[in-house]
Design a protein around this ligand. Structure first.
Ligand SMILES: *[C@@H]1O[C@H](CO)[C@@H](O)[C@H](O)[C@H]1NC(C)=O
Ligand SMILES: *[C@@H]1O[C@H](CO)[C@@H](O)[C@H](O)[C@H]1NC(C)=O
Length: 132
């Protein structure tokens, strides 16, 4: 184990009875805790995450898109489904008429993902400064 990681573990052990609760950290590229990267070139502002109850699917709310990712394997993340949810050209135009920047302010930034039942999610976004 690398000295920095060992030092961190020792400091964790020393603070067991004090707040805040213990956290574990690993060095980047640590063989103890390999990181799995996933990205798509056309997906940005991935600010909302929701893990399915069985921890096999990660839902990601992003700019104009909701993704579902298969995270059931420990060494690979794969795309299951990509649902585009963007304002229409007319809605972007209305947003622009409110004095907003069409590329910065008017996309649909998906901010809330909540499970409804086994087949449906509740999703909310800013949707071009219009109604949700
Ligand atoms: C979207 O991402 C860009 C680049 O990281 C950032 O500058 C911008 O503030 C984000 N917009 C929103 C609404 O989160
Ligand atoms: C889940 O909820 C949606 C929306 O209310 C409904 O249309 C659908 O039939 C429900 N599915 C199940 C399996 O209950």
């Amino acid at each position: 184990m690398a000295p920095a990681a060992l030092l961190h573990l020792l400091s964790l052990l020393g603070s067991v009875d004090s707040l805040p609760p213990p956290r574990t950290s690993f060095l980047l590229n640590s063989t103890d805790r390999p990181l799995v990267y996933f990205s798509l070139p056309d997906v940005h502002n991935t600010t909302t995450l929701l893990l399915s109850p069985d921890a096999s699917t990660l839902y990601v709310g992003a700019r104009d898109i909701v993704l579902s990712l298969d995270v059931s394997q420990s060494d690979v993340i794969s795309l299951k489904k990509k649902v585009e949810w963007r304002p229409s050209d007319a809605e972007i135009h209305d947003c622009q008429n409110k004095g907003k920047n069409p590329t910065v302010d008017c996309p649909n930034f998906v901010r809330v993902l909540q499970p409804i039942n086994s087949t449906h999610l509740y999703a909310c976004g800013r949707y071009g400064f219009g109604t949700l």
